[in-house]
Design a protein around this ligand. Sequence first.
Ligand SMILES: Cc1cc2nc3c(=O)[nH]c(=O)nc-3n(C[C@H](O)[C@H](O)[C@H](O)COP(=O)(O)OP(=O)(O)OC[C@H]3O[C@@H](n4cnc5c(N)ncnc54)[C@H](O)[C@@H]3O)c2cc1C
Length: 391
Amino acid sequence: MARSSDPILISGGGIGGLITAYCLADKGFPVRLFEQSPEFREVGAGIQLGPNIFRMLEKVGLKDAVLADAHRPPAQEMRDALTGKLITRIPLGDDFAAHFGQPYGVTHRADIHGAFLKACEDSDLVTLETSRRVDDFTDHGDHVTIKLNNGETARGRALIACDGMWSMIRERLVGDGKPRVSGHIAYRAVLKREDVPEDLWRPDVILWAGPRTHFVHYPLRRGELYNLVAVFHSDHYEEGWNAEGAKDVMWQHFKMQVPQVTRMLERIETWRMWVLCDREPIKDWTKGNVTLLGDAAHPMLQYLAQGACMATEDAVILADKVAASPDDLNAAFKAYQQERYLRTGRTQIMARVYGEFYHARGVAAELREMALSGRSPQQSYEGIEWLYGGP
Ligand SMILES: Cc1cc2nc3c(=O)[nH]c(=O)nc-3n(C[C@H](O)[C@H](O)[C@H](O)COP(=O)(O)OP(=O)(O)OC[C@H]3O[C@@H](n4cnc5c(N)ncnc54)[C@H](O)[C@@H]3O)c2cc1C
């Protein structure tokens, strides 16, 4: 028999798992979250936060906590990596905030993850458990049990899988195999502000678009750090998000680019590597009392900078649905999925399109410049309204 005092179980304590735990607790539901790693930790890299995530964070009272460590870039620029020419500049300051009703921010992944972790730790209703990998689950119809790597079992009303791109639970629920390898690799590094040459430091988000490459940089942590991400085409495949990347391999793709790019890349001794993957969008990721959230449900390429934003939107909407249907969690999960799948699917698909756009060569690159260079800020805002104006 289901007991209303049973917790809701969450597998995975990344950005998606922690914000889900917090949002459910905020609505009065006890939660037990299991993270396989020995501690709650995010990799050292930056993350961009569109106004859509701040709309959600404001709703659940965490906007100020996230903004406290964030940097607010005045603008986003796209430049041609072969000529240095400005392709487009989108202001992200007061006009942007007035248009979308929320700001744009960039932050260290550890800072937003830390803000979500603290919110969970401050809640009496969230139990956090590390070194606990969820190895199996059984849905008994009126409750769920999970099997952990230490041999224990845990029981709950339902299970929410926030276990990321390589989700074991998705494999059981959806069974669509491994993620799609995009053929793009991201190398990332974080510098201290004093290690960035003064003439190269910029407060903006700068994207250098090159043939089959792009390079992004922006400040982090109230301007104390500087985030660098270099993306290029490669067939390399390695699971996970933290392998070391070979410098010479990356250099082959960037060495002919403008000095603003090559001088910055030369500053980095050790790069960390992400092999970029996604999946085809699906519309059904719930079965009985088990559902997926964040990258487990809709992993996307990073070209719209939205994976963590979408996980946060998921969490807020899922908690709303659970609160609206507390005695029927399957109905709540179905309602959550129904509200999410088109928006997340559109973001997955459009992220691929943006990737093609950033990496354009030859005529396609000229067309990109023609399409973007004459646009007013207002036109740029309208072009991204579908994403930043929601959910
Ligand atoms: C290069 C790059 C740049 C990006 N930039 C942005 C950006 O600018 N803006 C943005 O919004 N998004 C960005 N993203 C996407 C964003 O990082 C992800 O979408 C987001 O972190 C997904 O969070 P998640 O919690 O769903 O999954 P994850 O962060 O993968 O967390 C999953 C967690 O589950 C744990 N886990 C896995 N299996 C188990 C198990 N069986 N039992 C227990 N625990 C388990 C893992 O250890 C991990 O802690 C970027 C991604 C990349 C690769």
